[in-house]
Design a protein around this ligand. Structure first.
Ligand SMILES: *[C@@H]1O[C@H](CO)[C@@H](O)[C@H](O)[C@H]1NC(C)=O
Ligand SMILES: *[C@@H]1O[C@H](CO)[C@@H](O)[C@H](O)[C@H]1NC(C)=O
Ligand SMILES: *[C@@H]1O[C@H](CO)[C@@H](O)[C@H](O)[C@H]1NC(C)=O
Ligand SMILES: *[C@@H]1O[C@H](CO)[C@@H](O)[C@H](O)[C@H]1NC(C)=O
Ligand SMILES: *[C@@H]1O[C@H](CO)[C@@H](O)[C@H](O)[C@H]1NC(C)=O
Ligand SMILES: *[C@@H]1O[C@H](CO)[C@@H](O)[C@H](O)[C@H]1NC(C)=O
Length: 479
């Protein structure tokens, strides 16, 4: 996922933190039960996932702090939520006739791929061989595409909190996902990349607001000042009348332990659907809530009529778990993000939840996770949105780490981590990442700026069972 300007974000956070209690600015529209079952989608595209990224990535919060020092000059500096043990959801995307696997990200907006011949850099901005960027292909050959047209006078420039950064030119291309072909889609054509690839993905496709796009006026990324917002892929699809409803919908399956352990792709990890709901079984628990907008000047969440939408933020009233009587009030600044692996919740919730594992999960700040033996009993976590409670399967809160403790017990991580205090000097943005999204179908209406969340029927896949079983020893991925 991506955040907009870290400075503005800090401003947003300090506003929250200045108050003794949590302040919630809730969009005025009331939550409601979806009037009828959401229509089936016009296009449903299967998702595959790669293995976790091989290199350790820093925790979100660390990333956020680092982003404060990020590139000056642009008012829109972005960061990627890179947690350890990243699992990326990928789908096949065509630029013209050329096919790439791209990361599906509801927390950012640009669609990009590296251009053939791109220069690869390490995070210290030193040139290195292309293999170090570890893209899944040699890149996009613009010359070979009859439908590509460059956009002179602009550049694409995005930066990630763990230090990853990409820049390049901009063009228009026919972008096809599943059978849905969007003509003249604006894309980033990356010729300078510092990217921690996985050998499968060749970039990313973003589904968030036009306000989070990172194309700038002029051709020199060092001079970027004026952002030129444009319609991301799904916004273009709606504008071009390709779908019968202005929704896209995401159903992410929990991955199998075997797939996490191997270097192969897992071909069965859910769907992204256009024009309706993703084709998985859901229960009656569903709610439609407004996306929380921000005051564009102060970057604070607010309920005014002239709000700006950046992320898929929703208002969460309550988080709880089995055996817990406490009501944890939360914030409207919580983001639904397919690009983030874990859930990042307020410290009081995270600590109490970890303590309720049997045996308790222990916080490891260096690793950015709570660790626990994989044989632990995990409470069921519940998130209440718009008066409806959504449960998180305990399987999603037991994440094999592939390491063992001193007694030889396999160690797992909780799928829920500390996103920082909900009050206090630092304030924080919270995230419902893949841990939560494995349990719901999230349907995003870009015209009404509403999200419908539907609880999925429990699914007992082989992967689910595999994850409940204590894993055999696996290799250590993070040193
Ligand atoms: C909008 O937010 C203000 C605080 O800024 C609050 O007083 C008001 O009740 C909110 N209105 C609605 C409809 O939620
Ligand atoms: C694309 O065409 C340009 C201009 O003819 C050329 O400079 C460039 O090397 C070509 N790129 C590839 C990948 O063939
Ligand atoms: C933000 O995006 C919305 C569409 O979601 C658009 O109406 C609005 O003008 C944009 N605001 C800015 C500041 O770009
Ligand atoms: C982009 O830059 C050019 C050249 O400096 C300038 O003429 C033009 O007005 C700029 N466009 C925008 C939207 O700022
Ligand atoms: C960036 O910020 C500066 C200073 O606050 C402002 O003058 C400029 O208009 C902003 N540019 C954009 C693209 O918002
Ligand atoms: C995980 O990989 C290790 C070797 O790296 C292998 O011994 C083990 O059986 C694998 N486990 C699963 C569940 O695939």
């Amino acid at each position: 996922m991506l955040f907009s300007s870290a400075i503005s974000l800090a401003a947003a956070l300090s506003l929250v933190s200045a108050t003794p209690a949590i302040r919630r600015y809730v969009s005025s529209a009331a939550p409601r039960k979806p009037t009828s079952p959401l229509p089936a989608a016009d296009y449903s595209v299967p998702i595959v996932a790669s293995v976790p990224r091989s290199k350790a990535k820093q925790s979100l919060l660390q990333s956020l702090r680092e982003s404060q020092a990020a590139k000056a000059g642009s008012n829109f500096t972005t960061v990627l939520a890179g947690s350890d043990f990243d699992e990326e959801y990928l789908t096949n995307v065509k630029f013209g006739a050329q096919e790439f696997m791209l990361i599906i990200d509801t927390g950012s907006s640009d669609t990009w791929a590296p251009q053939v011949g791109y220069a690869c850099f390490n995070l210290e901005n030193k040139p290195v061989s292309q293999s170090q960027c570890a893209f899944g292909t040699a890149g996009f050959d613009t010359n070979a595409s009859t439908t590509f047209r460059t956009d002179p006078g602009t550049n694409f420039n995005i930066e990630y909190a763990d230090g990853e950064f990409l820049s390049g030119t901009v063009g228009f291309e026919t972008v096809t996902v599943g059978n849905m072909a969007v003509a003249n889609q604006e894309i980033g054509v990356v010729n300078k990349a510092a990217w921690d690839g996985d050998g499968f993905n060749s970039g990313l496709i973003g589904f968030a607001s036009p306000n989070l796009t990172f194309v700038f006026n002029g051709t020199n990324p060092n001079d970027d000042d004026t952002q030129l917002p444009y319609n991301p892929f799904f916004y273009s699809a709606v504008q071009q009348g390709l779908v019968s409803h202005p929704f896209f919908s995401v159903a992410l399956n929990r991955g199998s332990f075997a797939a996490e352990n191997s270097s192969d792709l897992d071909p069965n990890l859910g769907f992204i659907a256009f024009g309706g709901i993703a084709p998985v079984e859901v229960t009656d628990a569903a709610v439609t809530v407004p996306i929380q907008g921000y005051n564009a000047a102060t970057f604070t969440p607010e309920n005014g009529t002239d709000v700006t939408y950046f992320y898929y933020a929703v208002d969460v009233e309550r988080m709880s778990f089995t055996g817990n009587d406490l009501v944890f009030g939360t914030t409207n600044n919580i983001i639904l993000d397919s690009g983030t692996t874990l859930d990042y919740v307020p410290t009081d919730v995270a600590d109490a939840f970890a303590a309720a594992f049997d045996p308790p999960a222990i916080k490891d700040d260096d690793f950015g996770v709570y660790t626990v033996v994989c044989s632990a009993t995990v409470p069921e976590f519940t998130v209440t949105i718009g008066g409806v409670s959504f449960t998180v399967d305990p399987a999603d809160n037991l994440f094999p780490l592939g390491i063992q403790d001193d007694e030889g017990n396999d160690l797992c991580a909780s799928g829920t981590f500390d996103g920082g205090p909900s009050t206090g000097a630092e304030g924080n943005v919270f995230i419902l990442g893949d841990t939560f999204l494995h349990n719901v179908v999230a349907t995003f209406n870009i015209e009404t700026d509403e999200i419908t969340i539907s609880q999925r029927a429990p699914y007992t896949s082989e992967s689910n069972n595999a994850r409940r079983r204590a894993p055999a020893s696996v290799r250590r991925r993070n040193v």
